[in-house]
Design a binder for this molecule. Structure first.
Ligand SMILES: *Cc1c(COP(=O)(O)O)cnc(C)c1O
Length: 448
């Protein structure tokens, strides 16, 4: 039964991917409505053959999917999924491992540890860093900031895990005006508040202005960004981090996609200085092109993730080995390390750099083509992000809607520098030069 069913699932998956080019990048309204209708039925009284379950999902679900696994989806910052990572994900699903503890899954634990070590090597960060794989960069920042909160309050003589925040010394929190909303969410979940941050002004590219950094007083946490979601720009880490450290502050890096610039010798200078931070949050499901969901938390000093996030239970048989439950905000979780290891192994050092360079070159090519056609590009294109303006706010909204409706490519809108604009984020191994030519034509046509 397993053989036939899983072969069928793999075949359907392969057919889906092979057919992606012919599918509109965003599903047609009819496909969404058909799925919505099909899902109205109440919970059936009895069982159904697994083959039939799969058939329903494929026939109703596949046409209603967003073709973000293909080469012409440029919304948000959405990575594709590398073939080895997709295949590894499928195999690991058959394993159904729980990476909660070593005893629950030696394989899950060992792949995670190996993947974390390779990630430090790929991102040129200290290999001694401690880490964990999370659902995404949001929870990676949560884990890192929990470690930061522990450490800065410990330094101030306060045990936050034991006593909580009531009565704790206040932590000075500093980030830029363009801090990502999910970092605020993580701070909120940590009881540090979403609106207690000092917001440092930014320049035209969204980079924190180092000269505007306030005077810092420990306990303090400074959050810097590698890769602005609109422009792709980087905060000046090499200036900010030493100043923060001199004042006894912790520095956390939100590098959901931008941190990957460090893996390319050609782009590493953009993200120079970030290696000095105390913690780094990034994603595997964005630029490393690992299937969802997969984020990465790295903390320079060993023991701090454990101090902030460990859990115990007399039946868990903890201790002898590294246990995920001790360093992760989650307890039970899937073996994400397998997918990450597979992606890193498929690419190798050169392949990771080539993926980053390919997407950056494609962004630069697109920006040059738009410029030549008289379409305004609002940002300095330093990475994989292109912000496109269309004259007026009204025209921008119309252009974005027409591009989305035509279905050849998909780009989302944004508001940047007080103007409506369109974001093009190129983050997939699957994007070809042919895809870029289609994108350029579609954007220029919409602009006219
Ligand atoms: C995507 C993103 C996040 C959030 O990442 P998730 O993986 O969606 O949790 C945080 N910061 C930046 C800069 C991002 O681009």
């Amino acid at each position: 039964m397993h053989d036939k069913l899983l072969t069928d699932a793999a075949a359907r998956g392969a057919r889906y991917l092979e057919g992606l080019d012919a599918q509109p990048v965003f599903p047609r309204p009819e496909a969404i409505e058909r799925l919505r209708g099909a899902l109205q039925a109440p919970l059936p009284a009895g069982p159904c053959a697994p083959q039939e379950v799969l058939k329903f999902i494929d026939e109703h679900g596949s046409p209603a999917t967003v073709a973000s696994a293909g080469g012409r989806y440029f919304g948000f910052v959405t990575g594709g999924a590398l073939p080895a990572a997709v295949a590894a994900h499928q195999l690991a699903t058959s394993w159904d491992q729980n990476a909660v503890t070593f005893n629950c899954s030696p394989a899950g634990t060992l792949f995670e540890q190996a993947a974390l070590r390779w990630l430090c090597q790929a991102l040129v960060l200290p290999e001694s860093a401690d880490g964990t794989l999370t659902t995404g960069a949001t929870m990676a920042s949560f884990a890192c900031l929990a470690a930061a909160r522990h450490e800065v309050l410990q330094q101030a003589g306060w045990d936050v895990e034991r006593h909580g925040l009531n009565g704790a010394p206040p932590i000075q929190l500093v980030a830029s005006e363009e801090v990502h909303g999910t970092v605020l969410k993580a701070l909120g979940m940590l009881g540090l508040g979403r609106e207690t941050l000092l917001r440092v002004p930014v320049d035209a590219q969204g980079r924190m202005i180092a000269a505007a950094l306030p005077e810092l007083h420990a306990p303090a946490i400074v959050i810097v960004q590698a890769g602005n979601v609109n422009s792709g720009s980087f905060d000046p880490a090499a200036e900010i981090i030493p100043r923060a450290h001199a004042a006894g502050a912790w520095v956390h890096v939100d590098g959901a996609f931008g941190l990957w610039a460090r893996s390319s010798p050609k782009r590493a200078a953009l993200a120079a200085g970030f290696e000095g931070a105390g913690s780094w949050a990034t994603d595997a499901h964005k630029w490393l092109n690992v299937p969802y969901d997969c984020g990465i938390a790295l903390v320079r000093r060993e023991g701090l993730l454990r101090a902030a996030l460990s859990a115990s239970g007399s039946y868990l048989m903890l201790g002898e080995h590294r246990d995920g439950i001790d360093v992760s905000p989650d307890s039970s979780r899937r073996a994400r390390g397998v997918d990450v290891w597979a992606a890193l192994r498929q690419l190798g050092r050169a392949g990771i750099a080539a993926l980053v360079d390919q997407n950056c070159d494609q962004a630069a090519w697109l920006a040059a083509g738009l410029h030549k056609a008289g379409v305004e590009v609002m940002n300095e294109v330093v990475l994989n992000q292109v912000v496109v303006a269309f004259g007026s706010d009204e025209r921008a909204k119309t252009a974005i809607a027409s591009i989305q409706k035509a279905g050849e490519i998909w780009c989302g809108g944004t508001r940047w520098h007080g103007r409506e604009a369109m974001r093009v984020s190129i983050s997939s191994w699957a994007t070809t030069q042919g895809d870029m030519e289609i994108a350029l034509r579609a954007i220029v046509a919409a602009a006219r």
